[in-house]
Design a protein around this ligand. Structure first.
Ligand SMILES: Cc1cc2nc3c(=O)[nH]c(=O)nc-3n(C[C@H](O)[C@H](O)[C@H](O)COP(=O)(O)O)c2cc1C
Length: 479
């Protein structure tokens, strides 16, 4: 163990996807879709640069190499490395006699903060830093960070040691002070350490940081990081491995209820004007027990807000759909499951809205699992009685995740918002009570529906019914 900890070397190299070729004025660093022209360089520096393209070069060896050129040579080299580092082109590693044990890789090419940071005296991992296993190593990264650090088993104990404030100069996890310090400096270079100090733990004392959970910040950073997240946007991560899902959800076996179709010419004439609908729309949480919603009203609401009007092929091989509300890539992954407690003309239970056929498909009879869903919706909307109908919105995740990588889930949530507003407006125009809910239980829905949690899960819900009365209707709560 001593041998492994006696000689840690801090090394650098060019990132793996970069190559060097001779250009007209000097060396050119080339990447898949970018290149950096360097000025003419002395032959010794050129040779060093070339070695950076193929191996980890200990920084101490470089200094020895350049000693013959004196201070000017060293300064020139340092300026060059700083330039490459802040362009995201440098990888850093910690070498032991057994090989590299830790490696910092930059996430993006382009202007960045660089990675040559030294850790402060007292260190702790940021509470936003996430650890995952990949390729036999542990990878530590921070949401929105410009770099990540890969760790071999020999030094993973450093992560655990930094769960609380620790002195960076001490050897931690049974490693020598030099080795653990070199690894901790990589954490600092990748921005994985908490800002502040033991006396002022900024991630808890600064309101802007304190308000974020790790999971929320991760989703925000990955879905809003065009430069940092590889495979951003429509990058088809599953194409070639799995077939795309059809636009129309395959029919469920079991009983079906055909829904009446409204005559849109008639409804268009009868509807209040858009401005009136927008200005009078409210979230209404009290339903009329004397006159429950009818199958005709439920059918009209679903038809006008969520039916599939058309399915058409896309050049990428995935079918697209056309519905009254918009969806990114016309993916239309959302499904609606009316959970009926009281509806004139339809038996209670969990149903699926077959949006292309405009029919209800039976999913489950009322039971403990559906009761849990009703209770959850009732509690979320603080209703005095069970809602007449809960519209549970699910996503067939594969419809978006087959095509979209980093933004897949955030896109689903955007679609939920778009559908909510469409249902709100149609319900308001029809004089129905509607209230969107901010939370629900996907595990409860999986239990009630029997659908696979990872394939199709609940992502939103609204309670709908007939409004209790003018006075019972709320004019805007704040739940
Ligand atoms: C995405 C979303 C989530 C909501 N979550 C809830 C909820 O969980 N419970 C509830 O009673 N109301 C919920 N509401 C309704 C809001 O409380 C309501 O829109 C807000 O108080 C303003 O009232 P208004 O809709 O009448 O304008 C939600 C609304 C939206 C759009």
């Amino acid at each position: 163990m001593e041998a492994a900890t006696l000689f840690p070397a801090r090394a650098i190299r060019l990132r793996r996807d970069a190559t060097i070729r001779a250009g007209q004025g000097g060396p050119v660093i080339a990447l898949a879709d970018a290149s950096l022209q360097l000025p003419g360089l002395p032959s010794r520096i050129c040779a060093l640069l070339e070695s950076l393209a193929c191996r980890d070069v200990p920084e101490a060896d470089v200094q020895q190499d350049l000693a013959a050129d004196g201070m000017p040579g060293l300064l020139r080299w340092q300026a060059l490395v700083t330039k490459l580092d802040s362009a995201g082109l440098i990888e850093r590693s910690v070498l032991t006699p057994q090989g590299p044990v830790a490696r910092l890789r930059q996430a993006a090419v382009g202007r960045g903060p660089g990675s040559a940071v030294r850790a402060p005296a007292q260190v702790k991992l940021s509470r936003f830093t996430a650890i995952r296993a990949a390729g036999g190593k542990l990878v530590a990264e921070r949401p929105g960070g410009h770099a990540h650090v890969e760790l071999e088993t020999a030094v993973t104990g450093v992560l655990a040691a930094l769960a609380g404030w620790t002195s960076a100069g001490d050897g931690v996890a049974g490693l020598s002070p030099q080795l653990s310090r070199a690894v901790i400096d990589l954490f600092a270079g990748a921005g994985l350490l908490a800002p502040g100090s033991p006396d002022d733990d900024t991630e808890y004392t600064d309101a802007a940081l304190a308000q974020w959970s790790q999971a929320d910040l991760w989703l925000h950073a990955t879905s809003r990081g065009t430069r940092l997240t590889s495979g951003y946007g429509g990058s088809y991560p599953l194409a070639g491995r799995f077939p795309p899902l059809p636009a129309v959800r395959p029919a469920l076996p079991g009983p079906r209820v055909e829904l009446p179709r409204p005559d849109l010419e008639v409804t268009a004439k009868a509807d209040p004007p858009l401005t009136e609908v927008l200005e009078t729309r409210r979230s209404i949480r009290a339903h009329d027990p004397a006159a429950p919603i009818t199958l005709g009203q439920l059918g009209e609401l679903l038809y006008r807000s969520a039916r599939i009007r058309r399915v058409f092929p896309c050049a990428d091989g995935q079918e697209a759909a056309d519905r009254p509300y918009p969806a990114g890539g016309a993916a239309h992954e959302l499904e609606i499951y009316p959970l009926i407690t009281r509806c004139e003309g339809a038996p209670p239970g969990l149903w699926h809205y077959a949006a292309a056929d405009h029919a209800l498909e039976h999913v489950a009879d009322p039971g403990p699992a559906t009761a849990a869903l009703v209770m959850g919706a009732r509690a979320a909307s603080i209703m005095a009685a069970d809602p007449q109908v809960v519209l549970i919105v699910t996503a067939r995740f594969g419809r978006v995740m087959w095509k979209y990588n980093a933004i897949g889930y955030s896109l689903v949530l955007k679609h939920v918002g778009v559908l909510y507003q469409t249902i709100y407006l149609v319900a308001a125009a029809m004089g129905l009570a509607v209230c969107g809910l901010g939370g629900g239980d996907a595990a409860d829905f999986a239990a009630a529906s029997g659908l696979a949690y990872h394939a199709e899960g609940s992502v939103g819900e609204l309670v709908i019914g007939t409004p209790a009365s003018e006075s019972a209707s709320e004019s805007g709560g704040n739940r």
